[in-house]
Design a protein around this ligand. Structure first.
Ligand code: ADP
Ligand code: MG
Length: 249
């Protein structure tokens, strides 16, 4: 579905992406991991046609990024930073606005139901909780019925319940056949969601495989972690005590 070869991106004399290559299969949830500044967002935005590359080749669903960027735009869903929404508009109005941008007729209630926000249709964007804002921004990626969606740190700043809720949502979107490219700083999330992950550091991919295989390789190399003496952790306590039910206020 995606083929990236020798992709490079420089900002002035600084090379942020230093010649990375990877493929993403159709229907995969593919994770881009790495510390801040690794080049994840730059890589994503180049694939999204929002940023120019310096060199290398990118092919998305058979379309060449250099020759057919407009074809690529039609089949991808891009998540805007949540600050990109007009805070004083209702969700229905925002969907109308986006539908117009994509030149698509959308059923707003059907779209909102995909992200469990039907009852918020007439609420103002600014009145939503953090989790609801993230769910809404994911809904807007689905407006043009895309083959691929790109999510850049969709769960950063969410509480544990909202994070789990978003995991379910992302799995559901994939189950309907959409390929998902996601970045995250949460390794539990990457392990749970991603079929494969690429670990980036300082503009390079330093590892790429199934999460399970990466863990097995580390163990096979002789790595040993101090055994956790307890069968649960503080997040388990938190979820056990406060429940899995979403809190939205
Ligand atoms: P990540 O998403 O992995 O945190 P980014 O792709 O945002 O990394 O950034 C990679 C590097 O490129 C960082 O060092 C960042 O400061 C730099 N960078 C990103 N965008 C710009 C820009 N528009 N101009 C100059 N440098 C940038
Ligand atoms: Mg980033």
């Amino acid at each position: 579905m995606i083929k990236v070869s020798q992709l490079k991106k420089s900002y002035g004399s600084f090379e942020a992406v230093k010649g990375i290559s990877f493929d993403v299969q159709e229907g995969e949830i593919f994770g881009l991991l790495g510390p801040n500044g690794a080049g994840k967002s730059t890589t994503l935005e180049i694939m999204e046609t929002l940023r120019l590359k310096s060199s290398g080749e990118v092919n998305i669903a058979g379309f060449d990024l250099d020759k057919q960027p407009d074809e690529i735009k039609k089949i991808i869903g891009v998540q805007l930073q949540t600050s990109g929404f007009y805070p004083g508009l209702k969700l229905l109005e925002l969907i109308d606005l986006f539908g117009g941008l994509y030149n698509r007729k959308v059923d707003p209630m059907e779209l909102l139901s995909k992200v469990n926000l039907e009852e918020k249709a007439k609420s103002l964007y600014k009145s939503l909780s953090g989790g609801q804002k993230q769910r809404f921004s994911i809904a807007t990626t689905l407006i043009n019925d895309p083959k691929i969606i790109f999510l850049d740190e969709p769960t950063t700043g969410l509480d544990p319940q909202a994070r789990r809720n978003l995991w379910d949502l992302i799995k559901n979107i994939r189950a309907l056949g959409t390929t998902v490219i996601i970045t995250t700083h949460y390794m539990d999330e990457a392990e749970y969601l991603c079929d494969r992950v690429a670990i980036m550091d300082a503009g390079r991919i330093i590892s790429l495989d199934h999460p399970d295989r990466l863990i097995d390789q580390l163990i096979a190399s002789g790595f040993e972690k101090k055994k956790e003496s307890k069968g649960a952790n503080l997040e388990d306590v938190f979820i056990q005590m406060t429940g899995r039910v979403l809190r939205e206020d």
